[in-house]
Design a protein around this ligand. Structure first.
Ligand SMILES: Cc1ncc(COP(=O)(O)O)c(C=O)c1O
Length: 390
């Protein structure tokens, strides 16, 4: 039986083999494994692509979030960490790292519910919290997550933040190359935190991440924090980390970066195919309607489909059926953060978060590898149609 996986990293490597092999050979030649020349080259290339003044290559997306938050604790409070009275608003429908980073920065995550159509943070719920008697008046920041590759409403998020004197850290882990009104995600907040986890749209051969910012002060602090907390690592000012990216990962990412726009366009084509072929099935909600501006050919607001996520009350049965047919499909994410033990006693939740809880029971992400062939996408469609229509 033919197997269709979520993503085929071997095929991607074969596609770019000469570029990647050449980059690795160059590293073997110079042997500069820590802060080698590829680090600055990668940072420069990405700063140009995102149109920001500074990019700092770091060890993972999780650390990019923590480093951003730690830099704000130092800048805004003059202290190493936030404290429990400092609140940071985010969505509970995300990967654990988003909320976990807030706890690691010393602050308290405040979870507000999501929009049922985009699965991104509901900006009205952020406003409601800030104006409710539950709002403490100690909101230091907001972390919107551009889930599945689709932008959160950045006009609203940055507007609310400005009104309340809060910073914005964009969690761009799933949205490399996506845009909001022609501006690249990760360049609209005070910092953008990127992940290059292997399965991401731009993926390394291990763990890697990046902080993007237009603030030289923030950039300098992050650069210190990744080197144990000082300009001089043998005489440090702050509680830092060994949080830099390996030269090897930067070399691989630099080689793969050349293909990112092509690969994101391929993801969009597969998404458009799924949407066209599945839109008549009742009981199956697609991530975008056929006339959604996110799908137009050169949209100012561009969805990069890190995931193509459908929704159905029969989610578990559909996933089981697809598995039997050799088609992988995954649930991102089965447990909203406010239901996890780690956040017990360490978070605030605003309202009942029922939209996130319902989404966690109903969402299913379909295979969307950039090199997936049309016949494979057609097979995914055929299996789903057979499940619903017979
Ligand atoms: C939304 C989100 N935030 C943060 C992360 C953390 O990134 P990393 O795995 O590189 O630490 C991920 C991915 O894993 C993610 O999907």
């Amino acid at each position: 039986m033919k197997e269709i996986t979520m993503l085929d990293l071997k095929a991607e490597y074969e596609y770019m083999k000469p570029d990647i092999d050449g980059a690795l050979q160059k590293c073997l030649g110079h042997q500069k494994w820590i802060f080698g020349p590829e680090i600055a080259a990668f940072e420069g290339a990405l700063a140009g692509y995102l149109n920001v003044s500074d990019c700092i290559a770091v060890s993972s997306g999780t650390e990019a979030l923590v480093l951003s938050l730690r830099a704000y604790a130092i800048q805004l409070k003059g202290e190493e960490y936030f404290n429990k009275d400092d609140e940071i608003i985010t969505t509970p429908f995300t990967f654990t790292a988003t909320g976990d980073a807030i706890i690691r920065s010393g602050a308290t995550p405040v979870f507000v519910d999501i929009d049922p159509v985009t699965y991104n943070i509901d900006v009205n719920r952020i406003r409601d919290y800030l104006h409710s008697p539950h709002g403490s008046g100690r909101v230091a920041g907001i972390i919107p997550v551009h889930l599945y590759g689709r932008a959160a409403d950045m006009d609203e998020v940055t507007g609310i933040a400005e009104e309340h004197g809060a910073f914005v850290v964009e969690d761009v882990a799933q949205a490399f190359g996506a845009t909001w009104k022609a501006r690249k995600l990760g360049s609209l907040g005070n910092t953008g935190a990127f992940s290059f986890f292997p399965s991401k749209n731009l993926g390394s051969f291990g763990d890697a991440g990046m902080v993007a910012t237009n603030s030289n002060e923030t950039a300098e602090l992050v650069r210190m924090l990744i080197k144990h907390g000082g300009r001089d690592k043998y005489n440090v000012d702050h509680v830092g980390y060994n949080g830099r990216m390996d030269t090897l990962q930067a070399a691989i990412l630099l080689a793969k970066f050349r293909y990112i726009d092509e690969f994101n366009a391929r993801r969009q084509e597969i998404a458009a195919f799924y949407t066209q072929k599945l839109s008549d099935i009742s009981g199956l909600i697609l991530p975008v309607a056929a006339d959604d501006p996110f799908l137009s050919p050169a949209p100012p607001t561009r969805h990069v489909f890190h995931q193509y996520t459908v929704r159905t009350k029969e989610r578990d049965a559909l996933q089981g059926y697809l598995k039997k047919q050799g088609v992988s499909a995954m649930v991102y994410y089965p447990t909203p953060l406010h239901k996890m033990k780690v956040f017990e006693g360490r978070m605030k939740q605003f309202g009942n978060l029922s939209i996130s809880e319902k989404a966690a029971k109903e969402v299913l992400s379909l295979p969307i590898g950039p090199l997936q062939r049309e016949e494979d996408s057609a097979l995914v469609v055929e299996c789903i149609r057979r499940f619903f229509v017979g």
